[in-house]
Design a protein around this ligand. Structure first.
Ligand code: ZN
Length: 696
């Protein structure tokens, strides 16, 4: 219908268009996309006859209409809805509409008929027909501008920036109308600042830059062309003025679809373990110097240990550094370990403070960026993609948890559903209505949800395919139960602690036999919690961490109290990243029972292996006043559907296994499935009412 050939245009001496070739086939919607100043509006003005081209031709249905006056163009079936609406504020809606048909010199009857057509399309304008246009909202003025153009019953409608300055909801409405117009056979040439919208709403598109067509083709192809996206997104992501102009013109919206996971990688770039070690040494040297220079606490500690930053020359020097503990953090309240001025601190987080003062940690923007980056890596390792919907059911606020899960999900490009902890009914409602595919919570909460889904019989309405849980030990049988009740969801244990950024400092890989930790962000050592001596790889002990690039509150040999072991060698999943076993407990919550140190996790392991037992249990430790002997009583749920008559057999087997593997005797009591309390946070399992020796 419209054919433009070699069109050039000048504003005085300045050339605005350089030989534009463009066609608009009848019945199609064609978009013109480009930055401010690219020449889009100039082109429309040339077509409409508002600006005389300096060269080239404009043909309408084959007839040369180059340089025709606007009124003549209207009579030939063109109409323009201009940028900025240009409605007449002192005239009513009805009067503004009449102006659109002015060049056609219609009779009153025909005018009324056409107005009725426009009102049918824009019911909101009908309601406001006598209202002055100046009192309409931006969206209504846009409707009026479009309605006025439609009064001429154009065959080709030129729409200049219809969504400019409109709220997203109104933009949706405007685009719905454009869509309807297109379907009703109106040919549309659409100039739109929002490139994503324009491409999505059109059949074909022309990309303009500096007065030239730089790309054109089917919109669907342009939408998904990675080269195109890279060109525009790349430009918009740099700090150059040209880029910000692209951004201002909405071209950042060329992020049209979720990023392709194949083009995103949050894994470290190291090809060899040696390269990782070289990176770690640099990080260690930086951290010691940074702490020494920035933190009075660390300066004093390091000096007392006889350490000067320049004496750190190998990773083995790590062992010479003094430990940092939770007590150091509490003693330094409110801003312990701070190593940068407050001007650089953008956020604090704090631990829940169940014991003593809270542990408060300072973050610089870089710290937050690093955390976000490696949290996205967690999702990547768990196989979460930008198409996933991640329901975050852990704590928000001063705690690090929710924030980390959310930032990482958004960084990845996934859809985050930030619910926070608890609120089972709302969680279920969102799982069902939003079709969340990833559920993040504590293990206890995941079990609680899984059981609730099962109880309500809504498993077939839930789309969860991955459960990412952390901050709590979980037994094998608990994992099995969660996975099963979530319809076979894959489980990923995620690690982390507030002192070390927050959650997300490591995660189980798809091979499910270890936790990969981010050795490019921190060093991990395992020490004997009693002697404080480093333990060889493979031995269980306390995890000690040293950060490599943390600015706000660096950690030097921080004792986490978490019990784990380093797994030597390369993982079967192929990742180069180092790994440790699942956290087995905390060095300060081992149970001392009749001279034996017992990790609660070993009881998990033993009970999980007895078929017929449920995943929930409690350990009650009491002391017999008369004999002074400690007693252990295990209260265990029978598995779901396991008959009560099997109780004696199960009691015997559980007692036998405990005795055999832990070398201690325990009284076993079985209770019905579901009778032990479920918690949305961490389930309490150990009830120790013995008088501690030290207190006597
Ligand atoms: Zn692995």
């Amino acid at each position: 219908m419209l054919t433009i050939e070699g069109l050039t245009a000048h504003y005085g001496a300045a050339q605005a268009l350089f030989g534009i070739d463009l066609t608009v086939p009848a019945g199609q919607t064609v978009a013109l996309v480009g930055a401010n100043g690219a020449g889009k509006t100039t082109l429309l003005r040339c077509v409409m006859g508002l600006l005389r081209p300096s060269g080239g031709t404009v043909r309408l249905d084959g007839a040369d209409v180059t340089g025709s006056a606007p009124a003549a163009m209207v009579r030939r079936g063109l109409a323009l809805s201009p940028e900025g609406r240009e409605v007449f504020g002192r005239l009513s809606v009805a009067e503004n509409l009449a102006l659109g048909a002015l060049p056609l010199k219609l009779g009153a009857k025909e005018l009324d008929l056409r107005r009725a057509e426009v009102f049918a399309r824009f019911p909101r304008l009908a309601e406001r027909r006598e209202q002055l246009a100046g009192t309409l909202s931006g969206g209504e003025q846009q409707m009026l501008a479009m309605g006025r153009a439609l009064m001429a019953r154009p065959r080709l409608l030129l729409l200049d920036e219809p969504s400019l300055g409109l709220a997203p909801l109104i933009t949706d409405e405007i685009f719905a109308i454009i869509h309807q117009l297109g379907r009703s056979g109106v040919t549309i040439l659409l100039v739109e600042q929002n490139a994503a919208r324009a491409l999505a709403a059109s059949d074909a598109a022309f990309l303009l830059a500096n007065g030239r067509v730089v790309e054109h083709g089917a919109s669907a192809r342009l939408l998904t062309d990675p080269k195109l996206r890279a060109a525009f997104l790349g430009a918009a992501s740099h700090d150059s003025p040209a880029a910000s102009r692209l951004g201002a013109a909405g071209l950042t919206n060329l992020r049209l679809e979720k990023p392709d996971m194949a083009q995103q990688n949050f894994m470290p770039p190291f090809a060899t373990v040696e390269a990782l070690h070289a990176h770690q040494l640099k990080g260690l040297q930086w951290t010691v110097r940074h702490a020494w220079e920035g933190s009075p606490f660390y300066r004093q500690r390091l000096e007392a240990a006889g350490i000067a930053p320049e004496t750190i020359t190998s990773l083995a020097d790590l062992r010479r550094l003094p430990f940092t503990t939770a007590d150091d953090l509490r003693d330094g309240y409110p801003f312990p370990l701070r190593a940068v001025p407050f001007e650089q601190i953008v956020r604090i987080h704090a631990s829940s403070g169940t014991t003593g003062k809270r542990k408060v940690l300072c973050y610089t923007q870089k710290d937050l960026d690093d955390w976000t980056h490696f949290f996205a890596r967690c999702y990547q390792m768990a196989g979460v993609t930008p198409l996933d919907r991640v329901q975050v059911a852990v704590g928000y606020g001063v705690w690090t948890a929710g924030m980390g899960f959310q930032l990482g999900a958004e960084k990845l490009g996934a859809l985050a559903v930030p619910v926070g902890p608890g609120n089972v009914d709302m969680q279920l409602e969102f799982l069902r209505d939003f079709q969340s595919t990833v559920f993040c919570s504590t293990a206890s909460m995941a079990l609680l949800m899984a059981e609730e889904i099962h109880r309500r019989g809504i498993a077939d309405q839930i789309a969860v395919r991955k459960v990412i849980y952390g901050s709590e030990r979980s037994s094998r049988s608990m994992r099995r139960k969660i996975s099963e009740l979530f319809g076979g969801a894959e489980l990923f244990d995620i690690t982390g602690l507030t002192e070390l950024y927050g959650p997300g400092t490591g995660i189980e890989c798809a091979d499910h036999d270890c936790i990969h930790y981010w050795g490019d962000y921190y060093l991990l050592e395992i020490i004997d919690p009693e002697t404080l001596q480093p333990l060889p790889d493979g031995e269980w002990g306390e995890m000690v961490v040293t950060t490599l690039c943390k600015e706000g509150a660096p950690l030097i040999r921080y004792r986490t109290r978490d019990i784990t072991r380093i797994i030597p060698g390369r993982c079967s999943c192929g990742s180069l990243l180092p790994r440790h076993s699942r956290i087995r407990g905390r060095s300060d919550d081992t149970i001392k029972f009749r001279g034996v140190n017992i990790y609660p996790s070993s009881i998990d392991t033993i009970l999980s292996a007895v078929p017929g037992l449920g995943s929930e249990y409690q350990i009650h430790l009491t002391r017999d006043d008369a004999s002074g002997r400690d007693q252990m009583r295990l209260v265990i749920e029978r598995g779901e559907g396991v008959e009560a008559r099997r109780t004696p057999e199960l009691v015997h087997e559980a007692g036998h296994q405990i005795k055999k593997q832990l070398l201690v005797s325990a009284e076993i009591a079985l209770v019905d499935y579901g009778s032990l309390p479920r918690s949305e946070r961490k389930s309490r399992r150990v009830f120790d009412t013995r008088i501690e020796d030290e207190i006597v």
